[in-house]
Design a protein around this ligand. Structure first.
Ligand code: HEM
Length: 411
């Protein structure tokens, strides 16, 4: 495990170890120190950290910051990792590509995510939330992650991709081990082996799905992408498979964690849960506050394509730069009293969905799923309690912040 140490101005050194259990449990005190003592921080480990809202927003929007995925991976792992299946697959997705490839791939799927298309999904998603709650309502207990927060977004993205119901069982119970590839701390050989196995299994399945939709086209995203692939040089077979895998992964794990982290935060500030129960009309804005307060995506990466000055510090060309979305979200220059959860906070603009050309494609969908889950919970399980809320079981991931489990009970 890597630990970076630099003298901070606060006397004790600044040590960045994003997989330290204490950091995972509560990264926010470290972010506060970073913003105050070294807002543009060269870790000396081949990447820089940006932690102020303004600087993060700048880096996500300025064209001198790109993705340069091969360079990024080379700096993190050395020469030979581009061929690891998990890296090769990620490398073909819009998430890590620069224009013009990014523009082409995003253009092919963005029609499915227009505000209109997402709004039309509202009744189906509310019915799905109710279905998940019906399965557990009489039991008086559930694991929020397993029984609700994971299942709902998986079913929604399966619907969008046209994954037949009879193929879904494994996805509904599976957990993702590939997300660690997004962390700045390199994966171990063992982690690579697991992530590669998962990538290969899902690639094989998505090939099968594409084959099915070639034979039996439907009104779904896979059918649209297969048509684009067949139309010629707009989409290669590898890109087709990799971007379906991206949509599947991005479409559920992050939303699972919005629900899990959000419900935990509300129960650790019970007066805020009470406010939502008394006035559910607060919920749409409360989702922005929950996204801000404990973002399910804590960071994303960029590479300097030229020398760039940020807040008076020049970052040379060819450096990996980590924009700490979770730190930006607690910046007191933007959010008054940032460590307080306040579901009535106005005009919250969390950094959780990123910004610029890679701004989250599924942001509206995630917001809608969050709104409908929290609305159903305050309506149907107002007495819900989280017995383990003071010792949450966090996943050992930094970038994708979320819980392994979240037991709930009600009367
Ligand atoms: C990109 C966060 C839900 C699909 C991103 C990025 C962030 C993010 C921060 C930008 C990464 C970067 O700039 O490098 C989140 C959060 C979510 C969520 C916090 C839930 C709370 C979803 C959903 C979908 C989705 C539900 C799809 C169904 C995508 C895709 C990209 C993306 C395809 C890549 C866009 C591009 O590179 O142009 N997301 N996401 N996300 N997200 Fe989300």
């Amino acid at each position: 495990m890597n630990v970076t140490t630099r003298p901070g101005t606060g006397g004790t050194p600044l040590a960045f170890n994003p997989l330290d259990p204490a950091f995972i449990a509560d990264p926010y005190p470290f972010y506060h120190r970073l913003r105050e003592e070294a807002p543009v921080f060269n870790t000396g480990l081949g990447f820089w950290l940006l932690s102020r809202y303004e600087d993060v927003a700048f880096a996500l929007r300025d064209k001198r910051f790109g993705k340069d995925f091969p360079g990024n991976i080379r700096r993190r792992y050395g020469e030979d990792r581009m061929h690891e299946p998990v890296i090769a697959s990620l490398g073909r997705t819009m998430l890590v590509l620069d224009p013009p490839d990014h523009t082409r791939l995003r253009g092919l799927v963005s029609k499915a995510f227009t505000a209109r298309r997402i709004a039309d999904m509202r009744p189906r998603i509310r019915a799905l939330v109710d279905e998940q709650l019906d399965r557990v309502a009489d039991k008086g207990a559930m694991d929020v992650i397993r029984d609700l927060a994971h299942r709902l977004p998986v079913i929604v993205i399966c619907d969008m991709l046209g994954i037949p119901e009879e193929h879904r069982a494994a996805f509904l119970v599976g957990s993702n081990v590939s997300g660690r590839v997004l962390d700045p701390v390199p994966m171990s050989r063992e982690e690579f082996d697991k992530a590669n196995a998962q990538t290969e299994a899902s690639s094989a399945y998505f090939d099968q799905l594409c084959e099915l939709r070639r034979r039996e086209p439907r009104d779904d995203l896979t059918t649209e992408l297969v048509r684009a692939e067949e139309a010629g040089d707009r989409l290669s077979t590898e890109e087709l498979r990799a971007n379906i895998a991206l949509l599947f992964g991005a479409g559920h794990e992050t939303t699972t964690n919005l629900i899990g982290n959000g419900l935990l935060a509300l129960h650790r500030s019970p007066e805020q849960w009470q406010r939502l129960k008394e006035d559910p009309s607060l919920i749409p804005d409360a989702i922005e506050e929950l996204l801000r307060f404990d973002s399910s995506v804590q960071m994303t990466g960029r590479v300097t394509m030229a020398d760039v000055e940020v807040a008076g510090v020049t970052i040379p060309a060819g450096q990996n730069v980590i924009t700490l979305l979770g730190a930006a979200n607690r910046d007191p220059a933007i959010f008054a009293d940032p460590d307080r959860l306040d579901v009535g906070r106005e005009n919250v603009r969390p950094m959780s969905f990123g910004g610029g050309i890679h701004h989250c494609l599924g942001a509206q969908l995630a917001r809608l799923e969050g709104e409908l889950v929290f609305t159903a919970l305050v309506e149907r399980l107002p007495n819900l309690e989280l017995p383990g809320k003071n010792e949450p079981d966090w996943r050992q991931n930094f970038t994708l912040r979320g819980l392994n489990k979240l037991p709930a009970v009600w009367h």
